[in-house]
Design a protein around this ligand. Structure first.
Ligand code: AHG
Ligand code: MN
Ligand code: MN
Length: 343
């Protein structure tokens, strides 16, 4: 695909299907190619709905709550439907699970003839941002099922078992970022051709950073190691870290992780005395994002354990999340270890 920019310079980009044809190797390549083409279609369809904004009259809350007890936005449900409808008929997806639905989604017998893959997703991440026109996203994860007709227990696999993870960011442009365990690549949706083009090959997270993302209003509820880390960032040049830090908080995990992939940083949603186990969901948010972050050279922890090694006990379980630039995440983990030793 050839793109002419404003100065009429010509740049050639490869599109995502050409990229996947060469990039996907090994036993899952045919299945992933097929499943991902549906995921790509779903993200394009969601882009159209998000871009229409208030024109669709879908910006408000529904009266309902999701399984997490959170008020559902109309768009949470609309994007959930789009994702399910677009991805359930490839023949390779044997079961799905959504942040928005209590039970796992069964796939009809004639739609799961070819393979035994599981697709888990958060259809609209950061949905509190949707009616203020700030970036939102979709996050997904693909696992292999050991059962042709998957049951709940087939979904409860550690993040290390993921064979693919990715997100779409509906930002100033729509981007798709994904990993199949062989690096991280980012694609930008070209609105003229309606194709995702490879604009960010082999994304890498800087090992060091001077930028953190956390909801500071929860400060008094955090545990001591998190307070210590943030206190030191705030002390800046005058404190032990001897450098000033910057802070960002979009309140869309997809946007924060994307920023970290581009310019480094740490993202934290720790345990606190209000929520106990954290806010973010292991299967739909923490695991796929951890896979991406690690594949880009970053690190990801609950504070005491590598997120990808957490053995899930429930499909909607929440975990504390700290991920991003490797040296900072190691420091945060060391502060947690020091605290537990002092106990
Ligand atoms: P979701 O919209 O899927 O429920 O996720 C929102 C999450 C995450 O994207 C974001 O980082 C965090 O919630 C924001 O939390 P606060 O409202 O505490 O800022
Ligand atoms: Mn989310
Ligand atoms: Mn969501």
């Amino acid at each position: 695909m050839i793109i002419h920019n404003q100065e009429n310079h010509v740049t050639t980009f490869i599109n995502i299907s050409e990229f996947l044809k060469h990039h996907l190797q090994g036993e899952h390549s045919v299945a992933l190619n097929t499943i991902l083409s549906d995921v790509i279609e779903a993200c394009k369809n969601i882009t159209v709905v998000i871009d229409k904004g208030a024109l669709t009259g879908n910006m408000g809350n529904l009266g309902s709550e999701n399984i997490q007890g959170e008020v559902q936005k109309a768009l949470d449900v609309i994007t959930d439907d789009i994702f399910i409808k677009t991805c359930q008929q490839s023949g390779y997806v044997a079961g799905m699970a959504s942040e928005e639905l209590v039970d796992v989604i069964e796939i009809a017998d004639n739609n799961r003839k070819n393979g035994q893959y599981l697709l888990l997703f958060d259809p609209l991440d950061g949905s509190s941002n949707v009616n203020v026109n700030i970036s939102v996203g979709t996050i997904f994860s693909i696992l292999k099922s050991s059962n042709k007709k998957p049951e709940l227990s087939d979904f409860l696999q550690a993040g290390t078992e993921q064979i693919c993870a990715g997100y779409a960011l509906y930002g100033t442009s729509t981007m798709l970022v994904l990993t199949t365990g062989n690096g991280v690549n980012g694609f930008t949706l070209d609105v003229d051709s309606n194709e995702f083009l490879l604009t960010h090959p082999d994304m890498q997270i800087a090992k060091d950073t001077q930028e953190f993302a956390i909801n500071m209003s929860n400060y008094r509820f955090w545990r001591e190691p998190v307070q210590r880390y943030i206190d030191e960032c705030l002390q800046g040049e005058e404190g032990d870290r001897k450098k000033d830090f910057n802070m960002r908080w979009v309140a869309s995990m997809v946007a924060e992780i994307h920023r970290i992939l581009i310019r480094g940083g740490v993202f934290m949603y720790p345990t606190d005395s209000k929520s106990r186990s954290g806010k973010l969901r292991l299967m739909y948010e923490a695991n796929p994002m951890s896979f991406i972050v690690e594949q880009a050279g970053g690190a990801s922890t609950t504070g005491t354990q590598r997120i990808l090694e957490v053995k899930p006990s429930g499909i909607h379980q929440r975990v504390p999340v700290m991920m991003g630039s490797k040296n900072e995440i190691e420091r945060i983990a060391a502060y947690h270890q020091a605290k537990s030793k002092r106990k």
